[in-house]
Ligand binder design. Structure first.
Ligand SMILES: Nc1nc2c(ncn2[C@@H]2O[C@H](COP(=O)(O)OP(=O)(O)OP(=O)(O)O)[C@@H](O)[C@H]2O)c(=O)[nH]1
Ligand SMILES: [Mg+2]
Length: 294
């Protein structure tokens, strides 16, 4: 827990140094209309988004009590959301499909997830359904060797859905606990590419309607507000079950987590705070806010 928390804290350092430090000054010293204006400016500048910013402002405006604590409590409420009572589909193998735009961190997240599950003693199969680039397959191969997860691949140029289908066959035949499907990066506005993701989902569902258990959108936190449009369009094209926010360590735009959570009704499942295998954390609203506000 100590290691986990200090890793999370250092991962959020840039956001803390930027947004949080200036927020703290305002929250403690400013009153009245000036408080609203200053908070609004800082929160919007920190990629918190208009809706979450308004909630945070209302949580302190005219209220008694420690404002810093009030803001922290409201952040937790935003991040926990309320529409999340979706039942988790269960069963083995547990199938996860990672989708997202180019370079958002899908392959790295696939590797980190493989590492996580392996550390829990689970058997893992990785599926290289990014068939566009040979380098993408090689990159997943490296993670497979590093984590001791098996890999299912085809030659470059193969059909992504057929890789996914074969991989689920193999996962079932080899009694794997977890199957993680890595897909090619794509722009959310390219409908033909989005259709390929729909096809991956459909062929997996041929094995049983519970598949895939989780389709996760991997978002680079540094894109800030653009994450909202990515999440909406990916969700329309392939039903998403949750989000992974990567590269929080490299950006001061960590406030985007609040914007995304407030404006897109999807849970944040994991956050990435570095490039190594251990730098993926299961998201907890309480830990996140504690690490952020310190
Ligand atoms: N600092 C940091 N770097 C990350 C994180 N996650 C991924 N990266 C880096 O981001 C770069 C892109 O990651 P990939 O996993 O290749 O991204 P991708 O989504 O698979 O990319 P495409 O397959 O090209 O669409 C790599 O250099 C990763 O090491 C993170 O949480 N923190
Ligand atoms: Mg990739």
């Amino acid at each position: 827990m100590g290691g986990f928390f200090s890793n999370l804290r250092s991962g959020l350092r840039k956001t803390r140094d930027g947004l949080v430090t200036s927020l703290k000054k305002v929250v403690d010293r400013v009153e009245g209309d000036e408080l609203r204006e200053s908070l609004e400016e800082l929160l919007l500048g920190g990629d918190v988004g208009i809706r979450a910013a308004n909630r945070l402002i209302r949580s302190v405006e005219g209220k008694q009590g420690d404002r810093w604590e009030l803001i922290g409590a409201e952040m937790i409420r935003i991040l926990e959301g309320d529409g999340d009572a979706v039942e988790q589909r269960t069963g083995t193998p547990h199938v996860i499909v990672l989708v997202g735009t180019n370079g958002s961190g899908k392959t790295t997240t696939a590797g980190k997830l493989a590492h996580r599950y392996r550390a829990e003693g689970k058997s893992v199969l990785l599926a290289a359904a990014d068939t566009y680039r040979a380098a993408a397959i090689e990159q997943l191969q490296v993670w497979s060797e590093r984590t001791g997860a098996d890999l299912v691949r085809q030659d470059r140029g193969g059909d992504a859905a057929s890789v996914a289908y074969d991989a689920l066959n193999a996962a079932i035949a080899r009694s794997k606990d977890v199957l993680i499907v890595d897909t090619a990066g794509r722009l959310q506005t390219k409908s033909n590419l989005m259709e390929e993701l729909g096809k991956i989902r459909r062929v997996l569902a041929k094995h049983g309607e519970e598949y895939p258990h989780e389709t996760l959108l991997v978002l680079d936190a540094a894109v800030g507000q653009n994450a909202l449009s990515q999440a909406k369009l990916f969700h329309q094209a392939v039903h998403l079950d949750g989000l992974v926010l990567t590269k929080l360590d490299g950006t001061a735009k960590g406030g985007m987590v609040l914007a995304v959570r407030e404006e897109v009704d999807l849970p944040v499942r994991y956050i990435g705070v570095g490039e190594s295998a251990d730098d993926l954390m299961e998201f907890s609203a309480g830990d996140f806010v504690k690490a952020l506000l310190g």
